[in-house]
Design a protein around this ligand. Structure first.
Ligand code: BES
Ligand code: MN
Ligand code: ZN
Length: 493
């Protein structure tokens, strides 16, 4: 694991390192601090386009052995996500050069006031960009970058670097859990990893097994999980560092460790990606790791319903009717709309915590991926202010989420014939009818729902800090949201 520190005192020219990375805006002249070094570059070789790089050796007048110029793109479009990308680009280049350490000059526009968030973003970007999921590859000797120093070396930068590493850890844990194949990442495995979080950070954990899930009336989870030999789990992780009287934020994450579709089985092409159907649960557990590491003064409860969805002699079938935890009944039109059944149980279970709000995240519908593409999660809810708060958190984290409507017509579309509801609203508006279904169970508190089917994983790299596989989204959104809530509660105290 790379160590990210504040380093390099004095002027850029004096930073002693194997590689100094400096970001440049498009069509800008190199900063005067670089002296003669950057002007050695023939004009036309480097324009400062986002992601573009140029490596110079033994740069004239610099103490650094190498100078890496990294394009930041247009000055007018600069933001924290450009810092994440540039830091990731620099860290990965240093690693591919097999260096032990490298330094990164923080690009800031407004001077030192913006250094803390820039340091956070740079640390996040470097840690996220260096991520590889290679634990199942045998015999490959991989060399890791050991230190990535953010310049300048001051207290704000040091603090930002530490916070950024903790935020990145949320997404890194989410990626690790989600990339892990379903033969390893079973519901009990997720429970075991949640116990690890609880041990590290002094959280309270309760894991309900199959018998307790049934006894609690979590029938959606019990039913989806019934035919699987890897038994379902309902994971409850509680961080209680807010005021004793303060209502907790409840996070809910869908964790279908493998979604075959069940009796309504999915086509086999691409089915391997359904190991990622636990990305919502992975993001929630990742966020809890950061909440613990940052010791946020806030009450947070994580609920992760975890199960496989498999066909079998004991499997639930189309036409079946179940009574969910809330008491509402559902007619099953397709066993492939299983996520909403286990989430419905968790959402009504959440009421016992009398939450200040509930946010769920789930790889819920292919329709959401179709609607928004790869670039934004679908965002729905029953409270406009909360939806806006989540949207902003996503924006700050570089994990876009975009509001979608829950008109009552969508609720009409899922009214049941033989039961209160049906678990599918048909082909059109699939993300919205799924959201409308959840809304029936998110009663008595402000609620927001993130459909991450298009954003939680990809078969290609998304940007410099997001390699292919699980992206970790929306773990950093959740952390950003919770930080905001912790700050607000502290201010109110
Ligand atoms: N896990 C899937 C949704 C999904 C599909 C996520 C593709 C990522 C990529 C979910 O359980 C599902 O199967 N949803 C169905 C719902 C439909 C049957 C009403 C879907 O989206 O097709
Ligand atoms: Mn499904
Ligand atoms: Zn699913």
């Amino acid at each position: 694991m790379v160590r990210i520190v504040a380093g390099g005192r004095g002027a850029l020219a004096e930073v002693r390192t194997e590689m100094l990375a400096v970001g440049l805006f498009k069509d800008d002249a190199p900063p005067p601090e670089l002296g003669a070094a950057a002007s050695a570059l023939p004009s036309g070789d480097f324009s400062g386009k986002r992601g573009e790089t140029a490596l110079l050796y033994a740069p004239d007048g610099l103490a650094a052995r190498r100078l890496l110029l990294v394009g930041l793109g247009e000055r007018s479009r600069f933001g924290l996500d450009e810092v994440r990308r540039a830091a990731a680009t620099a860290a990965k280049r240093a690693r591919s050069l097999k260096l032990d350490e490298a330094a990164f000059a923080l690009p800031t526009q407004e001077g030192s006031a913006a250094r803390v968030p820039a340091a956070e973003a740079a640390a996040e970007g470097a840690a996220l960009g260096l991520y590889r999921f290679d634990r199942h590859k045998t015999g490959e000797e991989t060399r890791e970058l050991s230190t990535f120093a953010l310049v300048p070396d001051d207290a704000g930068v040091a603090e930002g670097a530490q916070t950024g590493e903790k935020i990145a850890a949320a997404a890194l844990l989410a990626r690790d859990l989600a990339n892990e194949p379903s033969n390893t990442a079973t519901p009990e495995y997720l429970a075991e990893r949640a116990r690890g979080i609880s041990d590290r950070h002094g959280m309270r954990i309760t894991v309900l097994d199959r018998a307790t899930i049934e006894a609690e009336g979590l029938n959606g989870l019990a039913t989806v999980g019934r035919s699987a030999d890897n038994e379902p789990r309902f994971i409850v992780l509680e961080h209680r560092k807010g005021g004793a009287e303060d209502a907790p934020v409840v996070l809910v994450g869908k964790a279908v460790t493998f979604d075959s579709g069940g009796i309504s089985i999915k086509p086999s092409a691409g089915m391997q990606d359904m190991k990622y159907d636990m990305c919502g649960g992975a993001a929630v557990l990742g966020a809890m790791e950061a909440v613990g590491a940052m010791d946020l003064s806030l009450n947070v409860v994580a609920l992760v319903p975890a199960t496989e969805n498999l066909p079998g002699g004991d499997a639930f079938k189309p036409g079946d009717v179940l009574k969910l935890h809330s008491g509402k009944t559902v007619e099953i039109l397709t066993t492939d709309a299983e996520g909403r059944l286990i989430l419905a149980d968790a959402l009504s279970y959440a009421r016992r915590y009398d939450p200040s709000c509930v946010i769920d995240c789930a790889t819920l519908t292919g329709a959401c991926h179709v609607a928004l593409g790869d670039h934004a999660s679908g965002l729905m809810g029953n409270d406009d202010a909360l939806v806006e708060e989540v949207r902003r958190a996503g924006d700050a984290a570089g994990e876009k989420a975009w509001p979608l409507p829950l008109f009552e017509e969508y609720t009409e579309q899922i009214k049941g014939d033989t039961a209160d509801l049906k678990n599918s609203g048909g082909r059109y508006g699939g993300a919205l009818t799924a959201g409308a279904f959840l809304k029936e169970f998110a009663e008595g508190y402000p609620w927001a729902h993130l459909d991450i089917a298009g954003t939680a994983y990809d078969s290609k790299s998304r940007n410099a800090y997001t390699p292919k596989g699980a992206t970790g989204a929306p773990a950093r959104t959740l952390v950003e949201f919770l930080r905001g809530r912790a700050k607000a509660e502290e201010a109110a105290r």
